[in-house]
Design a protein around this ligand. Structure first.
Ligand code: ATP
Ligand code: MG
Length: 502
């Protein structure tokens, strides 16, 4: 059996799994039956498909985009599946990059700067069938033999690398849910369905393709994906099919073997795709609210605290309105409670800490929170740096003398830091921000400062200078008094998340 797998993987070429292909029935659904509106598809996705088709490769839009189009939702991105290998895809586009190791895919890029758009093009893949995977299971010798080949599983049957090319039928069979396994050809407007995805979409069922327990074992992240789609599609009346749902509580411990960086990404998808509150409810309903990933535990645990609840609700609204959201802002909110506890303890010299100045106290607390809570994924340079900046900017808001406010307002990440300050003012009182009311006033002052012209800004700083000093919780001076406020539309909470977009 192992020999057979090695033969499959060594080929590295196009291998269809005969067992799978035979079992499947290809159904081609015409446009007047499926009703997908082609105009809702990004023209650049169509262009990518057509370029590949013109070069002779069988190519479709696939996955979540087809599901969403069929359900009348706006797809958030368009994934493309093709018979071309990554190298063949790359050759056809001016800006295309082969990425990934577990799945080698091609990013085809359109446009530049902040407005660039990436389309993921993946080659049809074959699956090592479950029986073969079981043979390999538990055998260190087999594992090492598979090392370095294009398709490998670990001792629990988890697929480590998955780069065995196949045909469209085998590609459909290795996708997760029936509603995620439909292919749409924008040229003919035909929808190709191998697993009854159309019927399940109509019946509002999220059904795992194949044997659910086996599929969760193969890739435990599918458990989290089941939660995500169940939360996302609940608004349309979708439910997890009983056999798809049933093994989840029993198998949840498999998630502890998933590399932290992948869990981190899945966790972010769960809370950043517009259904965070529903996802948290679903996790609770399935008994997954604790113990599947430390940072997710914290989010679930704090989802009912004012700051996190408000931030999650804002995030869901922003995603629905098509506005960008920033993972750094989200995590800065979730972990602020830890930062502020450590900051206060160090600033006040509470045991076991020696008393140190406020800025160093904050910096040390931030380091400690990164060590304790972010752990393995702290290496994500930009995300971590942005979180630090949001936190470290907080005491700087209290320094309103000389050139400081002018420098701060021009800071690249000012908007994210300011939004965070405002959120602290609105919600901080509930969890130990002793001076939340002052913080709210300080946020108002900074709102005015942003809106003011240069002369007004100078006057505002002068005005602060004239006020008697009142100690604040962070040892900097009081926020009072404020100028009379100008009515501005920019007051709405959460707006700044857009500039916090990363
Ligand atoms: P979303 O709209 O949230 O992006 P999606 O269905 O497009 O949902 P992606 O994570 O973008 O989800 O994945 C694209 C497609 O790839 C899925 O629809 C599914 O067919 C397939 N897929 C992704 N991850 C897995 C997995 N772990 N196991 C099997 N198939 C997967
Ligand atoms: Mg997608």
């Amino acid at each position: 059996m192992l020999k057979k797998i090695i033969q499959i993987v060594k080929g590295g070429g196009k291998v269809a799994s005969p067992k799978l292909s035979k079992a499947l029935k290809r159904v081609e659904v015409p446009v007047d039956t499926h009703g997908v509106n082609r105009d809702l598809i990004d023209p650049r996705a169509i262009e990518t498909v057509e370029t590949l088709q013109d070069a002779g490769f069988e190519t479709y839009i696939v996955g979540g985009a087809v599901r969403d189009l069929l359900l009348g939702l706006h797809p958030k991105d368009f994934d493309i599946a093709t018979s071309a290998t990554p190298e063949e895809v790359k050759r056809l586009f001016r800006r295309a990059f082969i990425i990934g190791r577990r799945f080698r895919i091609v990013h085809v890029i359109f446009g530049g700067g902040r407005n660039h758009e990436v389309f993921e093009v993946s080659t049809f893949r074959a699956n090592v069938d479950a029986a073969d995977a079981t043979q390999v299971k538990g055998s260190e010798k087999s594992k090492s033999k598979l090392e370095g080949l294009t398709h490998a599983v670990d001792s629990s049957g988890r697929v480590l690398r998955d780069n065995v090319w196949g045909d469209i039928a085998s590609d459909a069979a290795r996708r997760d849910f029936t509603v995620n396994a439909m292919y749409y050809d924008p040229s003919s407007e035909v929808l190709v369905d191998y697993h009854g995805g159309m019927a399940d979409a109509k019946k509002r069922i999220i059904r795992m393709i194949g044997e659910p327990a086996e599929r969760y074992r193969e890739d435990p992240v599918r458990i989290i994906r089941a939660v995500r789609f169940s939360a996302k599609l609940a608004q349309l009346g979708f439910k997890l099919e009983p056999k798809t749902l049933e093994p989840i509580p029993k198998l949840k411990q498999l998630l502890s073997d998933v590399p932290p960086s992948r869990m981190f990404d899945e966790m972010l998808k769960l809370v950043q795709t517009g259904h965070s509150l529903a996802s948290i409810q679903t996790l609770k309903g399935l008994g997954l609210e604790r113990g599947i990933y430390p940072l997710l535990d914290v989010i679930v645990e704090r989802a009912d605290t004012p700051m996190v609840k408000r931030m999650l609700a804002d995030t869901d609204e922003r995603v629905k309105a098509g506005k960008p959201v920033a993972p750094s802002y989200l995590l800065a909110c979730v972990l602020w409670q830890d930062v502020i506890d450590g900051w206060t303890a160090r600033r006040e010299g509470k045991k076991p800490f020696a008393k140190i100045p406020t800025f160093s106290a904050l910096a040390q607390s931030v380091d400690a929170v990164f060590d304790e809570r972010i752990g393995d994924v702290s290496g994500r340079g930009k995300l971590g740096a942005d979180m630090r900046e949001i936190w470290m900017m907080q005491p700087r808001f209290e320094k309103r003398v000389g050139g400081s406010p002018h420098t701060l307002v021009a800071h690249l990440r000012f908007r994210a830091g300011f939004d965070f300050l405002r959120l602290r003012g609105q919600c901080g009182a509930e969890f130990g921000e002793a001076n939340a009311a002052e913080i709210a006033e300080l946020a108002d002052w900074w709102q005015d400062f942003q809106d003011a012209d240069h002369q007004e800004r100078l006057a505002m700083i002068e005005e602060v200078k004239r006020q008697p000093k009142a100690p604040s919780a962070t040892g900097v001076k009081s926020a009072k008094p404020r100028r009379t406020r100008k009515p501005k539309s920019s007051q709405s909470h959460g707006d700044g998340l857009s500039s916090a977009g990363v």
